[in-house]
Write a protein of this length. Structure first.
Lengths: 288, 287
């Protein structure tokens, strides 16, 4: 019987595959992890209902507050757009950041660590699937919200609007990838952390009001929170006479830099996590 | 055969012991397993941020005018923590014990009733919700100039009756969610969100479409919020509800609670019976 010896530190090295096969395997991992989320668009009808209804209820509550205060109608548009972006943020928090923690609870994480693909591929698959899934929900929130509350948009440059939207998604999901590793490291705190990243982030991100209303804190948001930066830029592009914190061009550059920073940080965090998981052997175990 | 037939001599003391044990368990899961600093931040940041959003919206539009509306917002936002805490506490306790820890079937086969266990298990979240109420009100008083003029003779019964009605709604939800699959986790948020909309928590119900007004008047949470506002602030909400006398508000709260509680208990008993018959107590949905 031949005894297998290897100096490899992870399954990818142990596989000794050609570059082509490595690329194909990672692409398959991306498609495989995105698949349940894309297919879930039509299969889990109840999720469709809840993921549209919950943001819509929140949007409605804030719309009625503005109406009770006699606010100008453009604030209703702000809230509807903020509600749609909330759907993406919730997806990032619950289905990216907390996902590795749930995977651990279900026993899948050990399989990820023993498979010869890069974990970044799993996270990329989650992000792509989540983006597709949530886009349908966000579009529904915008469509229903705009119809029910009579929101009108004054989009001068649809291409810029689409570009800023996609540029916002890169750091947003990059942040989710980074948090996925951190949440796993912090173990049982995952649920509390996910909860903590809701209302406080809606407040700091100016989801329901113009970001400049929170004063100097908006500067910190501009440097750290892609949701706030993206929303500020999107509002400037979707409505007339909206004064943002910074001009759209600068906010676009900030989003691009954030995208690179969060993706690199996510990769580093994942590398650390993988080392820790192999060295200590309990990071991937259920109930730990 | 009745599965309780073999258990004779179950006393209030036994139920009390279950309740106490479940409180310890619920607190361990909610708080003791957490980093104390993170738990404190989490307990404080979430309700304060929720109230902060409303305060900034108010400041942006009114520029600080109309302080009565600000008081209305702060008190409504603070009290809503209780509704969400009770509903989420009861439902998530039952779902966590079925889906994650997979212990509910063992609790059900013990001689004790599930009911005191469920109440005790969710108490940690309810207590946390009350901490959030006090904290939000304190921030409102200290930093926003909310003028509390508590009338304890009115406030205490309003709170007791109102919280009982919310517990009733939570018990109904817990039984209902036991019948459901993965989407059950979303139900407390969905129902609390819908009630938030119709109960006049953060805006007067006058601004709702008229077809929602009957639902608003039927909900005990509407009357609880209104009665609590009167007990805390010394005056009612702006608009329609504000024109109703204190006595009538309390009467509507009592009537709606008196309807909700027996209905919820009966529904919970029926849901439990169905769960036993259909094997739903050890169902794991993979969520």
């Amino acid at each position: 019987m031949t005894r297998y010896r290897t100096m490899a530190t992870n399954p990818r090295e142990a596989a000794e595959w050609s570059t082509g096969r490595v690329i194909r395997s990672n692409l398959r991992a991306i498609v495989g992890r995105a698949y349940p989320r894309v297919i879930g668009l039509t299969r889990e009808k109840s999720w469709l209902f809840f993921e549209i209804v919950l943001p819509f209820l929140a949007v409605s509550a804030f719309v009625f507050v503005y109406r009770a205060l006699g606010a100008p109608e453009e604030f209703v548009g702000f809230v509807v757009l903020g509600g749609a972006m909330t759907a993406f943020w919730l997806n990032v928090v619950w289905m990216m950041a907390a996902q590795f923690y749930w995977e651990k609870d279900q026993g899948n994480l050990e399989l990820y660590f023993t498979a010869p693909m890069h974990l970044m591929s799993v996270l990329a698959g989650m992000a792509i699937g989540g983006l597709v899934l949530t886009s349908s929900r966000a579009l529904a929130v915008i469509g229903i919200g705009s119809l029910v509350y009579g929101v009108t948009y004054q989009v001068q440059d649809p291409l810029a609007l689409a570009g800023v939207f996609f540029l916002t998604m890169i750091p947003l999901y990059g942040m989710g990838m980074l948090f996925a590793s951190l949440f796993l490291l912090w173990g049982r705190e995952a649920y509390h952390l996910a909860e903590l990243l809701q209302e406080p982030i809606y407040f700091l991100g100016g989801v329901n009001f113009p970001l400049r209303a929170i004063g100097p804190v908006a500067g910190v948001v501009m440097a750290t929170l892609p949701l706030g930066v993206g929303l500020d830029a999107l509002r400037q592009l979707a409505f007339e006479n909206v004064e943002g914190i910074l001009p759209v061009g600068i906010e676009t550059i900030i989003l691009a830099v954030m995208g690179v920073v969060f993706l690199v940080a996510a990769r580093l965090a994942l590398g650390y996590l993988e080392t820790l998981a192999r060295r200590e052997g309990r990071l991937t175990l259920r109930w730990q | 055969m009745n599965d309780r037939a073999a258990v004779r001599g179950m006393t209030l003391a036994d139920s009390w012991r279950s309740f106490r044990t479940a409180i310890s368990l619920g607190w361990a899961i909610e708080a003791n397993w957490s980093d104390p600093f993170l738990f404190a931040v989490y307990t404080m940041a979430k309700p304060l941020a929720a109230a902060g959003i409303l305060v900034v919206m108010f400041q942006v539009i009114s520029g600080g005018q109309n302080p009565e509306f600000l008081q209305f917002l702060v008190v409504g936002s603070a009290l809503w923590n209780v509704v969400f805490g009770v509903m989420a506490g009861l439902v998530q306790s039952i779902l966590e014990d079925r889906e994650r820890y997979r212990m509910i079937k063992y609790v059900v086969v013990t001689p004790t009733s599930l009911f005191p266990f469920l109440l005790g298990r969710s108490l940690a979240r309810v207590v946390t919700a009350f901490v959030a109420v006090v904290l939000t009100l304190a921030v409102g008083v200290v930093f926003l100039g909310v003028d509390l003029q508590p009338n304890l003779l009115y406030l205490v019964p309003a709170m007791v009756i109102g919280v009982l009605s919310v517990i009733g709604l939570g018990i109904f939800m817990a039984g209902w969610c036991l019948q459901l699959r993965q989407e059950a986790w979303h139900y407390p948020e969905a129902i609390a969100g819908a009630l938030y909309l119709v109960s006049g928590a953060i805006f007067p119900i006058d601004v709702l479409p008229s077809w929602l007004h009957p639902i608003a008047y039927a909900s005990p949470t509407t009357w609880w919020l209104e009665a609590s506002r009167r007990g805390l602030l010394g005056h009612g909400s702006p608009g329609l509800l504000g024109g109703i006398s204190d006595g009538m508000v309390m009467l509507f709260l009592v009537i709606s609670t008196a309807i909700v509680i027996p209905l919820s208990l009966a529904a919970f008993a029926w849901f439990m019976k169905r769960a036993r018959q259909a094997g739903l107590l050890d169902m794991v949905t993979g969520s």
